[in-house]
Design a protein around this ligand. Sequence first.
Ligand code: HEM
Length: 508
Amino acid sequence: MSKTFTREEVARHAAEDDLWIIIDSAVYDMSRFIDLHPGGAFPILELAGKDATDAFYGLHRQEVLIKYNRYKIGSIANEKPQIELREGASISKVPYAESSAWMGFKSAYFKESHFKFRIAVREIMSGLEADFRELEQTDGKPSDELMQKLGAAGLLACNVGPGPHLRGVNIPGGVTADEFDYFHEMIVHEEFARVVPRGVDDGVIGGFVISIPTIINFAKPQLREKIVPEAFSGKKRICLAITEPYAGSDVARIRTTAKLSADGSHYIVNGVKKWITGGRFADYFSTAVRTDKGLSMLLIERGDGVETKAIRTSYSPSAGTAYVTFENAKVPVENLLGVENQGFKVVLSNFNHERLVMLMGASYAGRIAVEECFKWANQRKVFGKRLIDQPVIRNKLADMIAQVESFHNWLENLTFQMNHMDYKEQAEKLAGPIALAKYQSTRMLHSVSDNACQIFGGRAITKTGMGRYVEMLQRTYKFSAILGGSEEIMADLGVRQALKNFPTGARL
Ligand code: HEM
């Protein structure tokens, strides 16, 4: 049993070389830590022998206490902690921190298997949180070990929607391939967003999610049977190489060429690609090229004639964003994806899913900001009151909650449509609404991030400590407003799609 002390006993340890403090009824001996304390000795000296709970929580996240638990020497007799130390995998009790089905509200969409699934995924992801965070600090290449852990847990395969590709996959929570639907996939992306910094997420799964469907749906069986298991197990990495320095979102202007060799056995590829997510780490590039009569897609393996260079972005080195050059790269004709000169079909085929994935991550990114701000506003005291006691802060929080909840409810509806439409109907009916939702997702994040920054003040631009999530969000959300179709193109596409069905006779 841990030792107990009275408050009077603690008060007697108030010297620099014998310094105890109380945080939420636990007693810490700071004597050896005071010179190491990142905040300096002064703030702790002021509280020597006293209760430092409010001061501590005004400046630190609770994970600091967990990390430095070794300085805890006991607790105050007959007192119980008032602050819940949240376990990594638990469901948050903070209002709006989870989607409504997890906050005790009725749901038309989520069933038992989704609840089991979330808990299982959250447990796996929480166990890897420290690895993901470390990646953000380094040059960002996810280790083979980390990728293979995700693969073994079934989490890579679960990132690309329901379908026959899930047969034989060990899906978390005992969910079967037949049960798995787009709401399970939503949960995966939410749980990634919860613990994986945005840039790291792109380096780990971003390139994979947008490229592996081109193999699943368009590779010849022999190629598919080799590449898909390698990618699902995390042994090999794959990315999508479409954008070029001069082409941007305008896929029709791609200049990378693929010329068939005289013996017809391979293509010779020449050209450059820019902003290729995960390209720096990739073994395979699902690549858009110009063939003699149009656009084609080729799977190109890293090797002679393929070079990648890091592009320094403001949002994160760990996204593996690359400039890729192909110089007389030899690609076997068997690596053609789909039909020659009909590559547009391959490129377009995954747009709805790719954008849906971005919406799922964005929705949850906004939700985490709500949780961070709610907690911070509750524990931070300024001008003698909590931040939350200021009407202006409550107003900002209200704006954030309303934006996140309304967006998420639209997303649940779209996800439901995905579950109940075949591919053809999805393509016909959902391209417009998903494009508009993508536009809205980053407008929502723009506003949520702006409010969160104002609530967190200077901490919103500090990479460590209290505001680290809000700092990461404001540094990264803009990326989602550009990638996968810029806001402007998405908004325009949404309205043009709607116009196609505009009744000719409609008048005011
Ligand atoms: C168990 C006791 C404590 C531990 C383990 C601890 C540890 C830490 C750590 C790790 C940081 C750096 C956090 C960051 O990255 O921003 C920090 C910062 C700081 N700490 Fe502590 N601390 C403790 C108690 C206290 C107390 C009682 C005070 C008194 C007010 C205090 C005042 C500060 C200040 C002023 C900073 C700088 C915060 C900032 O830059 O915003 N600490 N502390």
